[in-house]
Design a protein around this ligand. Structure first.
Ligand code: GLN
Length: 238
């Protein structure tokens, strides 16, 4: 392994509210893939009664049920730490409820509009039918990430404004509900994919690591992750 002086701080936001479907696995994948490049990591778990540190390099938000999602949005807005970190250029990776709450608005437990925290130009509402199942998407070419796979389980549909681009074109599944899945701008990226997403899509994990260290990182053997991807793609096709 080559020696690297890179060191990154990973911040897991609100494990007490946003942690469904094993999304915390995203932290572990980032730590392991960084370590395999000689990049040292420090991970902090920030509960919803604590303030969000502004000196993180990668912030992770997971999925959650409707009420914890509303509470998380209120607390993040009042705290302001995530906004500051975003201004400083930190990478943010948010899944499902975490993705929706980064926008200007999302649907609450009765479908009522709930204000989001305004970091992404997206607006979510309640769809007619819950989207549950496998999702496959072809990622925007400029991100240089191969075809992504994940598992979605959400009621929300998401409209993208001009300030963001879709993460991927949906090949299987629902995603945002408009033929696309997820959204990003600068170093902020949201997706409907659980899985956990970074376990199933190491290319996305490496994109976040590249953003965090600010340069290319060396390729590593991905045969295990590749087998999982192939298995999921085959299961979806059959
Ligand atoms: N409560 C949101 C929805 O159903 C998010 C669900 C989730 O995080 N899986 O759209």
């Amino acid at each position: 392994m080559s020696v690297s002086s890179d060191s990154i701080k990973i911040v897991w936001i609100y494990p007490d509210l946003l942690s469904t479907y094993g999304d915390q696995g995203n932290c572990i994948v980032l730590e392991r893939r960084a370590a395999r490049r000689g990049i040292s990591t420090r991970t902090v778990h920030v509960r919803s009664d604590e303030s969000v540190p502004v000196d993180g390099d990668i912030y992770l938000l997971g999925g959650g049920e409707d009420r914890p999602q509303i509470l998380a949005a209120q607390r993040l807005r009042a705290d302001g730490g995530l906004h500051k970190a975003a201004e400083f250029g930190a990478a943010i990776f948010a899944v499902c409820a975490g993705y929706q709450l980064l926008g200007s608005e999302f649907g609450g437990e009765e479908g009522q509009p709930v204000p989001g925290i305004g970091l992404l130009d997206i607006r979510s509402g309640r769809g007619e039918k819950r989207a549950v199942g496998e999702i496959v998407g072809d990622v925007a070419p400029e991100l240089n990430v191969p075809r992504i796979t994940g598992f979605e389980n959400h009621q929300g549909v998401t409209h993208l404004g001009p300030g963001v681009k879709p993460l991927a074109k949906t090949v299987v599944g629902v995603g945002n509900g408009d033929g696309f899945e997820g959204a990003y701008r600068d170093h902020i990226l949201g997706t409907y994919m659980h899985g956990p997403a970074l376990v199933r899509n190491p290319g996305l994990a490496d994109l976040l690591l590249r953003w965090a260290v600010g340069h290319e990182i060396q390729p590593i053997d991905d045969s295990w992750a590749g087998r999982l991807r192939e298995e999921r793609l085959k299961a979806v096709a059959s």
